[in-house]
Design a protein around this ligand. Structure first.
Ligand code: NJP
Length: 241
């Protein structure tokens, strides 16, 4: 209650559900992604349902200056913030040998560069509030698997980065949590180009609300030392482990 949270990738899936879960805890929510219209829709629903303040900041996390502006606008509006949920991320393509360079670059720039820009800019503010940094990792960043090694590597990077950031700022009272979903029924693109919400029937994979609840649980606990949360036992991909 009374906390302010920035969520990247807030226009759909896990990010949008996380905004709702944080708002349900009484948090003010700052929604960032590229699709302004979708962000405004999610923000309007949240304000109506939970009566909390929201701020929409259209942001491409691949752009360093845009991410800096997201942080600056948040601080200018609310005086600071407590929580950053580093959620924006995507997969493109599949096998290394057929992967286009632009698919590789899109994953690198979104999943790695974007998390670096946002984390770097957020640390002074979450340190001041003794707040929380959340990182969307993945089962793909925990176990070797046979498809899309570039996406998988970006999630190994995320977990490595998050755990090392934790070692750096943990003593300052900043909580750092990596959340590792298995398959989640969102617009996330599968290797055949379909959205996971089309690939998986209800019950075959996690729902975004389940991941969002775990994120909100970790992010809103004072002095939390929850370092990692795995949410993957319903994934069909568990067969690959
Ligand atoms: O996917 P989706 P999820 N700048 O496609 C945004 C991880 N994960 O919720 O910019 C800013 O519904 C995009 O918004 P827009 C996954 O790796 C998932 O499943 O408007 N934002 C949208 O809001 C990712 O880190 C699964 O297009 C950008 C959001 O990102 C996180 O969960 C399993 C952007 C993606 O929403 C959320 O993915 C797993 C940019 N340049 C990990 N590019 C799973 N679904 O199975 C994209 O282990 N976005």
């Amino acid at each position: 209650d009374g906390q302010t949270a920035i969520v990247t990738g807030a226009s759909s899936g896990i990010g949008a559900a996380t905004c709702r879960a944080l708002a349900a805890e009484g948090a003010t929510v700052v929604l960032a992604a590229r699709s302004e219209a979708r962000l405004r829709e999610v923000a309007a629903e949240i304000e109506a349902d939970y009566g909390v303040d929201t701020l929409v900041v259209p942001t491409d996390v691949r752009e360093e200056s845009a991410v800096d502006e997201l942080i600056e606008e948040t601080v200018a509006t609310f005086g600071g913030f407590d929580i950053l949920v580093n959620n924006a991320g995507l997969a493109r393509g599949s096998d290394v040998e057929t992967m286009a360079t632009d698919e590789y670059e899109t994953m690198q720039e979104t999943n790695i560069d974007g998390m670096f820009y946002a984390t770097r800019a957020a640390i002074p503010h979450v340190r001041e509030q003794e707040g929380h940094l959340i990182f969307l990792g993945s089962f793909a960043g925990q176990y070797p698997r046979s498809y899309n090694p570039v996406y998988a590597a970006s999630k190994w990077w995320t977990r490595g980065f998050a755990k090392s950031v934790a070692a750096q700022v943990g003593d300052d009272g900043v909580g750092v949590t990596v959340v590792n979903p298995g398959a989640v029924r969102t617009e996330f693109e599968s290797t055949d180009g379909r959205a996971f919400e089309e690939v998986f029937e209800e019950g075959e994979a996690s729902e975004p609300e389940e991941v969002a609840d775990a994120i909100a649980f970790a992010a809103t606990r004072e002095g939390s030392s929850i370092s990692e949360i795995d949410i993957n036992n319903r994934s069909k991909f568990a067969d690959d482990f």
